[in-house]
Design a protein around this ligand. Structure first.
Ligand code: HEC
Length: 112
């Protein structure tokens, strides 16, 4: 859709989605947000948020609260928060993707 992705990744994503739906049918109580999907999506975030250098103004988002992350990204999406970079990133994310990213970053450790 937005840009070419390596075929293997797309297949993984499709599998994750299908698996998620199948699981959802089998066990309605299964958690809604898919951490693995979030991990997959996170590669576009960690180019900026990954390595926190001392002089960087980009906040470290690893380990933040899940609902905080989701709320903030939605606020960027509606432009309630002013940062144009994050508005741009958030504009391309759907609710399901935001939930998955929030679930992932809430549990993720910052790469060393
Ligand atoms: C091009 C660099 C860049 C990319 C890519 C990027 N961000 Fe950001 N992000 C920033 C900057 C800069 C800020 C700080 C904005 C501000 O000060 O308002 C920020 C802020 C945030 C915050 C707010 C943190 C807080 O505690 O207030 C969250 C959450 C966040 N980004 C999540 C993400 C996610 C999830 C992705 C991937 C979908 C992503 N970002 C991709 C640069 C980026």
């Amino acid at each position: 859709m937005r840009r070419a992705k390596p075929a293997r990744r797309s297949a993984t994503r499709l599998l994750a989605l299908c698996g998620g739906m199948a699981l959802g049918l089998l066990s309605p109580a299964a958690h809604g947000a898919d951490v693995e999907y979030g991990r997959y999506l996170s590669t576009e975030c960690t180019t900026c948020h990954g390595v926190s250098k001392a002089e960087s103004t980009i906040p470290d988002i690893h380990g933040l609260g899940e609902s905080h992350i989701a709320e903030v990204i939605k606020a960027y999406r509606t432009k309630a928060l002013p940062n144009p970079v994050m508005q741009n990133v958030a504009a391309r994310l759907g609710d399901e993707e935001i939930a998955a990213l929030a679930a992932y970053f809430a549990t993720a450790k910052r790469p060393k």
